[in-house]
Design a protein around this ligand. Sequence first.
Ligand code: XIL
Length: 377
Amino acid sequence: MKKHLFCYFASALLAASCSSAKEGQQVATVKDHFKDDFLIGAAIPVRHINGEDPKADSIVSLHFNSIVAENCMKNEVLQPREGEFFWDDADKFVKYGEDRDMAIIGHTLIWHSQLAPWFTVDKDGNDVSPEVLKQRMKDHIYAVVGRYKGRVKGWDVVNEAIEDDGSYRKSPFYRILGEEYIPLAFQYAHEADPEAELYINDYSMFNPRKREAYVRIVNDLKKQGLRIDGIGMQSHIGMDYPALDEYEKSIVDFSGTGCNVMITELDMSALPTVQMSADVGSMAKMSPEERKEAMKKFDVYPDGLPEEVSKQWNDRMAQVVALYKKHADKISRVTWWGTTDGMSWKNGFPIPGRTDYPLLFDRNYNLKPFMAEIIEN
Ligand code: XIL
């Protein structure tokens, strides 16, 4: 079944010189390789849409058939003040995808983070009433989903609703509306564009407690007759987590709800895993000198990834992609949270100022060896 390849260029050549491919020749691409399996997506930052990273643009146009907005469709960007919308970047993002005939994914409608500060409070800073919040959610979702009706294939309707212990995150949405905010968000999104696919999305989806919570939530939504098409597993992973058997269980159980499984924000840090509360919390209290010293422990490859670590990273990523391939009947999209290592949010999170190597292309726009090997064969 593979794949109309007439010629293969070495991976280093691929990104840099796709335009130099002679007429009649075709390069092996990631999206072609997986075309019978799942969509291949990338998160796109505004500078990319604005033409400030032409090499990333070539990569995306060549290797990906789906895009998601890295930031420009988030609540704080689209509606910074009540009733005042900023559409310029999101409009350009959608057009970018349409020009390249891509599956365009909207991210995200209801999320506690990157939420406009006014959204859940009154003018004195107190929580608004449930009725007011419902109306604001409805207005926001109607405006955003309505604007791109028929153009955006699917929306991350609710993002990061569940804590690691499986309980509801105590976000302002939950505090004011309780569990009901999730079905409401799905109802509003469906009303705004009945054809759009609707997804629920979160990180650490390999965690058994989160797995159980989401299976329950999705089944409840379906029981209520609400539309939900996909469960998004963000998949910001590391060299030492997740255990692939737990990851696989989630893929299988999520698919058991009848939803598509989507890998929505894939990246794998090559750096030592940071413990959020212990490490990040203690660094916040350090003096600049102490911080500089501590960084040596966390920012271990500032000048490039050692060969041996690169091999480990590539070997593990090959296993991860093999897992997706094994479950290609359940997985409808694999989206990387960016394109090249240099532009990844992981360089700034959870500790700012590190040099990480988490994406499909390196800082020189070369396809990573594990994937070059896959699409070559
Ligand atoms: C990140 C972006 O990549 C950063 O540029 C931004 O500063 C913070 O948000 N989970 C999500 C994404 O759902 O929206 C986040 O994106 C990464 C974690």
